[in-house]
Ligand binder design. Sequence first.
Ligand code: SF4
Length: 618
Amino acid sequence: MNSYEFKRKDEVKLKNNKGGYFGKILHVDLSSKKIWTEQIDDKFAEQYIGGRGFAAKLIWDNLQKEGQFDPLGEKNLLVVAPGPLTGVYLPSSGKNSFATISPATGIYGDSSIGGHFGIEIRQAGYDAIAIKGKMEELCYLFIDNDQVNIVECPELAGKGNLETEGRIRDKLGDHDIRVASIGLAGENIVRFACITSDWSRNAGRCGIGAVMGSKNLKAIVVRGDRDLPVDDLKRVEKISNQAYRELAQHKMMNFWHRQGLMSVIDYANKIGILPTYNFHDVHFEKAEQINGFTMEANYKIGNTGCFGCPMCCGNINLAKEGKYAGTVVEGPEYETAAMLGSNVGIDDFAAILRGNHLCDDLGVDTISMGNLIGAIIDGYEKDLLSIDDLGGKPIGWGDAERILELIEQTAKCESIGATLALGAKGVLKRWPQLKPLINHVKGLEQSAYDCRGAASMALAYGTSDIGAHHTRAWTVGKELEMGADWGIEEKVNLVIYHQHIRSLFDMFGVCRLPWIELGFHEDFYAELFSAVVGKEYSLDDLLQKSEHIYNMTRSIGVKLGTTKTDDYPPPMAFEVPIHSGPLAGRVCDRDEYEKMLSLYYQKRGWDNQGIPNLAAEL
Ligand code: SF4
């Protein structure tokens, strides 16, 4: 271990100061090795707020400057952006956005990560980091407050995320330093490679990790010791104390600690939205074997959480016996248990743990991986793929060993994994016959909620600026609750509201779960943001800003080729009725969808082809 002299703080401190921002973006050009900072003014901060907002603006500007480019080329920009509330004393303020032009979809893509990474960026004194270019050798970026260096690291080539994080910490002699890294999948440019931090927190979607890999950037390493600027500390403390008290007294808090998002397996199975056998069904007959209660009884050994979060939704699990004994992982959460469980027919929770561990370490998004493997099994069952297509080895529902092998082959780009690594679009290019079986929107594989029983969820997937990801708008629960009482306009309004409020959480740098899971009121965030930045905002003021960002990311998509034809859910949603459960027989109604889509465009002020007024976004 190197003896590296450093001083660090044990905690995040806030200080009364001009609130919210350091006023500085760190720019790094890996090709020229040039590193510089850019001052941002109050107007920029006010307009774009931070996090996803800063990222979208920087990516938009880069697109104006460079024109169209290869997402895996030097001109693509990778933006890392916490928000002005990241690291502030309030529940669940550990979020950070990564954004880029996605190599999976070819349009704007982002993914957020929890844990502690974003806070350390702020403590180092930056509101965002913008990385361009490409190093010739594998490297990591080491940000130590004002000292920023590009460090070559050929010794980390091929290393998993776990080893990478540990080795960097050992080398720097600082076991609290924050690392965001890619695994083998990122180095091999797997189109759904993630960025991982704090051992197992992932920015999983849109192939952000592949962009890091294309730049030969193995990791971003950050150490900071600054206080975070807050305009009115006393007010922040008062609002936050109340918020922590409310959350602590919430009747669901105890259950949430026990299961976190794993409780969603039973919920989704009951109401009929759990992806099962490549989304053909929505009810898994063996759901009990992969649910939160099975986890609690046999596998769970602890909890973990992001900065400042009393909810601590990370389940730490250990396979104590059997074939996968010794596997320990933070996870799964619902999406992983569904996509690497019911969607591929796996009913062995220990096998899901193993799959989760492999994906985390290799740096593969569990949602996209489970989606594509499900489609491959389906295609083979339906004789759309031959044994030769599968590299000479058959595969079937629940064949855990073969499924785990496919995960490894994908990260290594070996055998059939070399095709899976290209993501939905690449797989379809090689095997167009799988079109009816691959559930994706705009090239992003659909996440773990079926949309045939809820038209608003179909619209949410179809119109999402990044593709079929539930965190853009999760409306299925509300629509199923409202049932026949709901008209088209209510559905459209809800999708738009979610798309804006959820953007706002990413712009602030906070987690959406206290709001969506425990009913924490949106106004709290508006008040807290006002206290942090020292200017009063209503929730409506802020939603207008997030609407502007949504229009901007849509405009990036339009400039890069998104058209109305991309604004539809996967074909299965219209064509294959649900087999069983309370929604048996349901499919999305095409006429209803067309009406919703027109109304959606109209309400957004886009033209009838879904094109925003691009000039307004400049
Ligand atoms: S609820 Fe979970 S994901 Fe959200 S901040 Fe807390 S621990 Fe992190």
